[in-house]
Design a protein around this ligand. Structure first.
Ligand code: FRU
Length: 466
C-alpha cells in the first residue's frame, strides 16, 4: 500500500531552501551538495547509455537523517551536471523509513536501481528489504518492490546492495550485522535481478582471521582493479588507534583474490581509505575507457555533523571530488579525476606567504626534512615534518583541537580547495585527507616554513550543478 505523497512538501522545501543554500559563503563552488536539506551517501554511480549518473541519499525536508530519498544528477562529461527528477521517495510500506543506499546497473538497456527499503517498528526493531526500481522514458523511476527479504541469521541491519554483472550472472554484496552483532559482507547471485541465491559471507568478523572488526559493515563495494579485487566498506566499531581510524566510523579497503566459483575473498589487511576528518560511504564505478572512479560522502555520521554552520542556511554536507583509482605496488592510489584540470584558470607561481582564500588547486614538491605549515583561513591547519602530515581543526562543539595524521615520506602535495572543503592528495594519490572546514570570508591562506621545490597554484572556476 502506498503512503500519502510528500511531493508537495518536497517541492516547497526546495523552492524555499535553494536560494538560501546557494547564497551561503560555504556552499561549494565545484562539488556536489544538496540544494536544501541533508545529503549523505553517493548512490547508483554508473555510466549508462553515454551519460554518467550519480544518485544520492537526500532528505530534502530537513537537515536530519530521516525521510531518505534518492536525488539524481547526470552528466555527459563528469564535470557539468544537471538535476534529474527525484528518483525515489519513501512512500511504500517496504521502504517507509527510508530508501537507503544502493547501486545502479544497466539491465539490458534499462537503468535499474537496487536499493534498501528500510522499515522501523514501534518496538525499536527494524527490517530491511532489497528492492528494485526501473527508469521510465521521462527519467522518473517506477518501483518494482522488494526482491530479497532479510536473510536468516542477521539483525535488521542488512543494507546497501552493490550489484554488478560477471559472465552473464548478477552479483550483489550487502553490508550486514549477524545475530552476534558482528559486521559482515554478504554475497548473493541471480540470473535476473529478481531471484537471489545466497553465496555466503565473504568478509567481516572471523573471516580471513579478522577480529576487532566492528559490529556493522556498511556500504560494501567489490571490484577488480589490475589483477586484484578490492573490497571497500565502512566497518562501524573498529577500534580507534593513536593516529588511525580516528573518525567516528572509517572507510577501509582491502585487496585480495576473489573466487567466483567458491564465493570466497582471500584478502589482506584493512587500510584506511582516507585519513581526513570527513570521508564515508564511498562508491565506485567503471567508465567505458576503463577507469575505476570513486566518489565519497565528505561527511561522517554521529560525530559533530549537526554543529556544522551550514545548518543555519538549511543545507548540510557535500561529496568529495571524483577520483580515479589505481593499484600500484600493493597500495590503492586515489587521484583527482583528470577532467578536473579543465576547471583551472591560469597557473600562478607562489612567492608570497599569504593568498586570499578561494577555490584553487595547489601543487608543491617537498622533501621529508622540510618543515612547513599551511593555515587555511584559521579553520584548518596542515603541518608537515619528517613524520608526515598532521591536520589540526578546532572542535565545532568544545574548545579542544582535533588532529588527523598521514605518516610517511611526503614528496608532493596536490591540494584541492573549495569554499568549505580541502582535499589533500599526498605523493600523487598514495594518501588522501579529505576535510570540511568553515572559514570566515574574506580569509587568507598562509604558508610558513621551508620553501618547497616546485610551488604553484591554479584558481578553480566554479562548476555547479546547472
Ligand atoms: C551510510 C548509511 C547506509 C544507509 C544510509 C542511510 O552512511 O548509514 O548504511 O543505507 O546511510 O542514509
Amino acid at each position: 500500500m502506498s503512503l500519502p505523497s510528500r511531493l508537495p512538501a518536497v517541492l516547497q522545501a526546495v523552492m524555499q531552501g535553494q536560494p538560501r543554500a546557494l547564497a551561503d559563503s560555504h556552499y561549494p563552488h565545484w562539488h556536489h551538495a544538496p540544494v536544501t536539506g541533508l545529503m549523505n551517501d553517493p548512490n547508483g554511480f554508473v555510466e549508462f547509455a553515454g551519460r554518467y549518473h550519480l544518485f544520492y541519499q537526500w532528505n530534502p525536508l530537513a537537515c536530519d537523517h530521516k525521510f531518505k530519498c534518492w536525488g539524481h544528477w547526470s552528466s555527459a562529461d563528469l564535470l557539468h551536471w544537471q538535476h534529474e527528477p527525484l528518483a525515489l521517495m519513501p512512500d511504500e510500506e517496504y521502504d517507509r523509513n527510508g530508501c537507503y543506499s544502493g547501486s545502479a546497473v544497466d539491465n539490458n538497456g534499462t537503468l535499474t536501481l537496487c536499493y534498501t527499503g528500510n522499515v522501523k517498528f514501534d518496538d525499536g526493531g527494524r527490517t530491511a528489504w532489497q528492492c528494485l526500481a526501473t527508469e521510465n522514458v521521462d527519467s522518473t523511476f517506477t518501483k518494482l518492490g522488494p526482491v530479497l527479504p532479510l536473510p536468516a541469521g542477521y539483525t535488521g541491519h542488512v543494507r546497501d546492495p552493490k550489484v554488478w554483472q560477471h559472465d552473464g550472472r548478477w552479483y550483489m554484496v550487502l553490508g550486514a550485522q549477524d545475530l552476534q552483532k558482528n559486521g559482515k559482507v554478504l554475497l548473493f547471485s541471480s540470473a535476473d535481478l529478481q531471484q537471489w541465491t545466497s553465496e555466503g559471507e565473504i568478509a567481516g568478523y572471523g573471516i580471513n582471521a579478522l577480529h576487532d572488526a566492528g559490529y556493522m559493515w556498511e556500504c560494501p563495494d567489490l571490484f577488480p582493479l589490475d589483477d586484484q579485487h578490492i573490497l571497500i566498506c565502512c566497518p562501524q566499531g573498529i577500534p580507534h588507534e593513536e593516529q588511525r581510524y580516528l573518525n567516528t566510523y572509517p572507510a577501509v579497503w582491502m585487496a585480495g583474490e576473489f573466487d567466483y566459483t567458491r564465493a570466497t575473498f582471500n584478502h589482506g589487511p584493512l587500510h584506511e581509505l582516507d585519513a581526513g576528518f570527513e570521508f564515508y560511504a564511498p562508491q565506485t564505478m567503471q567508465t567505458h575507457d576503463g577507469r575505476r572512479l570513486l566518489v565519497g560522502w565528505m561527511g561522517v555520521p554521529d560525530g559533530e555533523e549537526m554543529h556544522q554552520p551550514t545548518l543555519a542556511h538549511g543545507w548540510i554536507h557535500q561529496m568529495t571530488c571524483l577520483r580515479e583509482l589505481e593499484f600500484i605496488d600493493g597500495k590503492l592510489y586515489q587521484r583527482p579525476l583528470r577532467e578536473l584540470t579543465a576547471l583551472r584558470g591560469e597557473a600562478q607561481g607562489w612567492q608570497e606567504t599569504a593568498l586570499p582564500l578561494a577555490p584553487m588547486e595547489i601543487f608543491l614538491e617537498t622533501a621529508s626534512a622540510d618543515e612547513f605549515s599551511i593555515d587555511f583561513g584559521g579553520a584548518l591547519m596542515l603541518k608537515h615534518d619528517a613524520s608526515g602530515i598532521r591536520l589540526a581543526r578546532r572542535s565545532l562543539v568544545g574548545d579542544e583541537t582535533h588532529y588527523r595524521y598521514w605518516q610517511g615520506d611526503v614528496r608532493s602535495l596536490r591540494i584541492y580547495i573549495d569554499r568549505s572543503s580541502v582535499e589533500i592528495f599526498i605523493n600523487d594519490g598514495e594518501g588522501v585527507m579529505s576535510s570540511r572546514y568553515f572559514p570566515t570570508y574574506p580569509g587568507q591562506l598562509i604558508f610558513n616554513g621551508s620553501k618547497p621545490g616546485a610551488f604553484c597554484y591554479w584558481p578553480l572556476r566554479p562548476c555547479m550543478v546547472e
